[in-house]
Design a binder for this molecule. Sequence first.
Ligand code: GLU
Length: 480
Amino acid sequence: MRLRFAPSPTGYLHIGNARTAVLNYLLARKYDATYVLRVEDTDMERSTRESEASILDDLRWLGIRWNEGPDAGGEFGPYRQSERFDIYKKYTDILLAEKKAYHCYCTQDELEEMRREASEAGRAFVYPGKCRNLGDAERAALEAQGRKPTVRFLVPDDETVVINDHIKGRVVFESGNIGGDFIIVRSDGVPVYNYIVIIDDALMKITHVVRGEDHLPNTPKQVLIARALNLPVPEYAHLSLVLGSDRSKLSKRHGITSVDVYRREGYLAEALVNYLAMLGWAAESGEEILGVDEIARQIEMGNLARSAAVFDFQKLRWMNGMYIRACELGKITDLFIPHLRDAGYDVSVLERSWLERVIDAVRGNCEVLSDVPRHAALFLDEIMEPDAEASAMLEEPDSKIVIAEAYRLITGELDETTYAAGLVGGIKKNTGMKGKKLFMPVRAMLTGSLHGPELDVTVPILGYGKCRRRIEYIHGRYAG
Ligand code: GLU
């Protein structure tokens, strides 16, 4: 069994295409199939090598691995369509020789005119086959006018194409309804997607094409080409569309659609892969948090989702938070570090084991990695300026008593070894404050906020020095 992902390198890796790549990868894992990566770069104006590199990089980041591709090689290469033009040319020559395709000399303007007429008459435009039966003399005359022909595929009359799609079921197309003879090679000599995709699927011995439903209307054209060239037709599974919350096609106005941006914002590859898989498949048990191995075990060509998937950005964030919590501490610390750096923290001066304690204390509040500076500031900053709520608390007369006692203790009898156990208890004993009147001002003093991790967790991680400096600071500002 051989599967493929065939991106067009005309921009970043879109999240919808990433889902196709992920599902193909999971199916390849499931069936121990070969996974082929083919770059469909025949849109010469829009395709770039930079885009190809970024797409491959994003796929690798997601953890997707392929057996054959432009970088990996393989016996059915080259794996870039732009490097296969001589192959397509041979097939075009066969089609022309067998009169299954013909040169068309209609110009853009003439075609525009035909289109306009059709639309005025309320008809869908179908190329009327004007150049189907040109004689040699007519062709020579048209060429003498400087016209550069396209090559059109001669769509046979009354052919039925039946696709037994693994997801859509039996889909029937009539050759009369696919828009007439279609262009397979443009006037500049560049062959078009619908033509070469099926040649490549055949030559690369692809057995199963799993791709977006937007390609379903293209499929009969591809099958007719295969029939004309005596090429095998793969099995198909057309994945339902990914929609935005308003059920229109997912686009930038719904939220982030670029895999690269998810990566930069601090989504975990594992979480994204899990979420994308769930946009095309569901576990029978209803479980949603599943690793690649488990999904690969359960997924089947026959149990892919039939209905359209709505991309829920909140849910993805939530899922990412679950992965952040479950991740091994050393690994998640490594992943958080660049985000701390970006926020200006010099992580290199921090002791690793201390940093891991900080990360463990705050990761529960992070849904994406880039949330971390906001939460870790509590530990990393020297002083925490009290927010409005904390400041109001520190202004209260009872709080001033707590501040004074905290200051007396931390600058007096408490030291590195006794402060963690002695501070709160000492204030309680010496001032008689308890409950909220005790904990709230202490929290406000040490963290600048009335919320956050438990003091039992915070105080030992902060350490004596930072606790002392913060108490001194608050004492200076509020005690008087
Ligand atoms: N290159 C096509 C695209 O990016 C995919 C073609 C296919 O899967 O057949 O939409």
